[in-house]
Design a protein around this ligand. Sequence first.
Ligand code: DGY
Length: 323
Amino acid sequence: MSDRVFVTRSIPESGLARIREQADCNVWPEQLPPDASRLAEISAGCTGIVTLLSDRIDAAFFDAVGPQLKVVSNFAVGYNNIDVAEATRRGIAVGNTPDVLTDATADVAVGLLLAAARCFREGIENVAQLAWKTWEPMGFIGQDLAGKTLGIVGMGRIGAATAARLRHGWNMDVVYTSRSPKPEVDDQLQARRVELNELLQISDFISVHTDLNPQTERLFDAAAFDRMKSTSVLVNTSRGGVLDQAALAAALANGQIFAAGLDVTDPEPLPSDSELHELPNCVILPHIGSGTVAARDAMAQIAADNVLLGMAGKPLRHPVNPS
Ligand code: DGY
């Protein structure tokens, strides 16, 4: 009997076709994710699951799916939606899709930084609402990028790719936080590793790339915004939970920081009553960091490889937990 795989949303055919060749593959056809009980119900009896960052994969899910489950292949580089410790305890392999979305996500980080620094949201809304009357010498005044200080919170692959763009393109000075020193980044970008408080105080632009974990949850709270420059611009392309959104809204509304650009929120989508919707200095995108044809195709291929290798009892192409 062939392995059964459940893919929790439609992903590019480059990956799906590969899974279909080797397994009995069922794909959730709807745009919105199945709720937790439906997800568990459909996944019951599967040996492999391909999940998205919006699927909560935890002990209750593993109990419902059954002991034959060998692998969870997340269609994302981040995997905070999965209880990896619990999967490891049960001998279930977990895989992710790093590297292939680094450039795509770094491009969005830079795009958001520019958009927030140069008042794109106010400008676009002004035009769309037919409120544009004349060229305004005193209107839509933003911040320069060239030669400013960039703080990268989380100097992993995407943080480094974002820093490289801004160092080489706008000659920014780069400082960063990271769990470990990054001598290659220091050399290539003349960057300096600092403590978070120093980064908050000296940076003109801050780009967040850390993963979401108990140490980074609500890392940007009211105290962090207090330390930042009133001219600073904050960009987040990692996970919404790294920011305290109420504190961010207050900081944006009272001029504690200049602007923010968010590709991620908590929850997603942002609730309709969130104050962030009302703030013209907050540019918000619907989590599109990895959204290019090449990146999503490559993610689908890695997700397929991970699930097929895991079901075959082989090491995954990109494992998250120890084998
Ligand atoms: C990821 O991969 O973790 C992104 O957030 C979505 O591509």
